[in-house]
Design a protein around this ligand. Structure first.
Ligand SMILES: Cc1ncc(COP(=O)(O)O)c(C=O)c1O
Length: 387
């Protein structure tokens, strides 16, 4: 009997150790880990640079709280600001917390400029922003909110990639448009550059803030540091998490100076947010991701992987419906039973994870090797051939 509550449908697998793109189970089996703790392990498992950064800090100081200056956090905030649109950063601990904070910043911004009624957040129907109360109601998903009423109000919804539906839902009260630049849990759905540019244009015209959730698609996963860079649009607020910690829990909200001014002392806080252990890991991740050739290598591997997967699609039209993705955020939409397909991949020592719309999510570490991609392709090929 387990004393853990039953809110997860866990696979009967546990791991003793990990190295690079591989995980080793307690019963001695080696798995190719192409889910990376759901887009978290940016540099794979047991990366020496991350271990070193964490170990050095662990011997100095673990936690002091935000009652004090945290120099390691100053360094990470500066690195994020220098490389992105951001001018100010608030650190927290997870993606859901980053999104909640982003919503708070947007609302507080309009409050601070004398428009407290401009407080509604326009999101995509059936999206995913995390599991806190505000975020599940932001998602507009019946499944996620069922049984968790009363409804958290203040959220409106438009249909994915449908500009007409978006325009229809905008009112004088709309404070922010809030969605994932490339949608992960919802089935690996990538907005077109045109759509993103049009949304930005609308935001400008109607004085609405643009919040782009890059919790899953950010930190190089898309092949650019942020996925919005492909469209060359400038958001106002960007929540991040997952990849910036590489396995250590970190979240952050990046924002412009203009919107950040409303977050005066007392408006927001977190005991752990930005703690020194987390910050040194974040700094080490940033240093690696911005090394020359790192992001271009993600794009190169992505191109190769997507091309080969599209070949498999041609070979197995009865099994694979569509290949989706950007960078190393890849989706394989199957025509067969999704759980069964993922189980078969697992039996063949390839770990992946499901997403909506019958999609197998493939999320290798960003420093994955070509020969590891080839191994994954071989396994996918074998599993497809068994249908
Ligand atoms: C786009 C997006 N936003 C937010 C979250 C929530 O992050 P966390 O699980 O760290 O709270 C996730 C998690 O999968 C996500 O994919």
């Amino acid at each position: 009997m387990s004393y853990l509550a039953s809110n997860y449908n866990r696979r009967k697998l546990s791991f003793k150790k990990g190295k690079g793109s591989f995980l080793y189970s307690y019963n001695g089996v080696k798995y190719l880990d192409f889910l990376s703790g759901i887009a978290v392990n940016t540099l794979g498992h047991a990366n020496p640079k991350l271990i070193k950064a964490l170990n050095i800090q662990a011997k100095k100081v673990w936690h002091v709280s935000n009652s004090f200056q945290i120099p390691e956090g100053e360094v990470l905030a500066k690195k994020l600001a220098k490389k992105t649109f951001a001018e100010k950063v608030i650190f927290c601990n997870s993606g859901a917390e980053a999104n909640e904070t982003a919503i708070k910043v947007a609302r507080r911004y309009f409050y601070s400029i004398g428009k407290p009624n401009k407080n509604r957040i326009l999101c995509i129907k059936n999206s995913f922003h995390g599991r806190t109360l505000a975020n599940i109601f932001a998602s507009g998903s019946k499944k996620m909110t069922e049984g968790f009423g009363p409804k958290v109000s203040g959220f409106d919804h438009f249909i994915y990639s449908d500009l007409k539906s978006l325009k229809k839902k905008i009112t004088k009260k709309t404070a922010a448009i809030f969605f994932e630049t490339a949608m992960g849990e919802s089935g690996i759905k990538v907005h077109t550059k045109k759509f993103l540019r049009n949304v930005k244009k609308i935001c400008k015209e109607k004085k609405i803030l643009l919040i782009l959730d890059e919790v899953q698609c950010g930190i190089g996963r898309s092949g650019k540091f942020f996925a919005y860079e492909y469209a060359n649009v400038k958001p106002d607020i960007v929540p991040i998490a997952k990849g910036i910690g590489g396995g250590f829990p970190i979240g952050a909200v990046l924002m412009t100076k203009k919107v950040s001014r409303c977050m005066i002392p007392g408006t927001h806080g977190s005991t752990y947010g930005g703690n020194p252990l987390a910050m040194v890991v974040g700094n080490a991740i940033m240093d690696e991701v911005f090394k020359k050739g790192f992001l271009s290598n993600v794009r190169k591997n992505s191109k190769y992987f997507l091309k080969k997967l599209n070949n498999l699609k041609k070979n197995y039209p009865k099994v694979i419906n569509e290949i989706r993705g950007i960078g190393l955020l890849i989706g394989l939409q199957v025509k067969v039973d999704l759980g069964n397909f993922i189980n078969k991949l697992t039996e063949n020592k390839l770990l992946t994870i499901r997403a909506a719309e019958n999609v197998v999510r493939i999320l290798p570490p960003l420093n994955v090797k070509k020969k590891e991609i080839d191994l994954a392709l071989k396994i996918i090929d074998k599993v497809c051939s068994e249908y």
